[in-house]
Design a protein. Sequence first.
Length: 82
Amino acid sequence: MDGVRSLLTIETVHAWHFGTPADTRRPVVDHTYSHALILMFRDESGHEQYQLHPIHDRFRKECADCWNKVVIYDCLSGGQNL
């Protein structure tokens, strides 16, 4: 948890959510993960700065033994365009 908290201190993280799967059992819901971290950035530049940030590098190195698999979904905000 300390590693996750450290990621939230990176200045380009605009908003975040961390949690576990909801108990919603439907065929279309993925429950194959134990924890999810959603990070939001204001722009692509902020995302790129996050990727190269020393805190992010330290998290990946020091916490790598905490997971068997990492799945990343990068997406663009389109909510205002609906």
